[in-house]
Design a protein around this ligand. Sequence first.
Ligand code: DC
Length: 216
Amino acid sequence: MIVTIDGPAGAGKSTVARSLARRLGYSHLDTGAMYRAVALAGLQSKVDWNRPEQLAELATTLDLRVSGERIYLRGEDVTDAVRSQEVTSVTRHAANHPQVRDHLVLLQRAVATEQNMVTEGRDQGTVVFPQAECKIFLTASAEERARRRQRDLQQRGEPETLEQILADQERRDHEDATREVGPLLRAEDAVEVLTDGLTQDQVVDRLEELVRSRMT
Ligand code: DC
């Protein structure tokens, strides 16, 4: 079975998807990490961000591998490196590029072959796996999402003010929603779950119940 979890930045998709996958005995795919890895490769190769064709060429020839919870770029484990602020700030160049998206969509489908999987991102239920048996749209209010991001950044030793985070988040939400290819959209057949005021366990309980109800 394929379970898709889409939603905006900071809705808690990654932790929830990982925990849900563990409970179900499914594998977990974090597709945001793939866009981030392409952006990191762009930084490393010093591509000119004003020449998108450079990034597309790099992405389509890149040695990018996903194995369990880890992501490898040219053989190096970059799972933690892709979450830095520097990478976050340039990932839109990868996410907005149609050729990069086409390439990553193919990789995502290849990972899913003959596997039970919980996959998370923005376009998993709409573009990548429109036939998925269970689709979830996970969201939370802008304030709640920004507070979570602030806690994450503090833990990484990259503190930011809430105002700055809210401003960045608003810009990223806008970019996510208005992207010409693979925009953030709730699939018509997705179940929306608002996570404000819920603990992570409560969210995972709810999702597990939903997935199990689709198994019969
Ligand atoms: O979920 P995240 O913050 O790790 O995602 C990183 C970026 O990649 C974000 O700008 C949205 C984009 N993204 C996307 O366009 N499509 C996906 N399936 C996953 C992420």
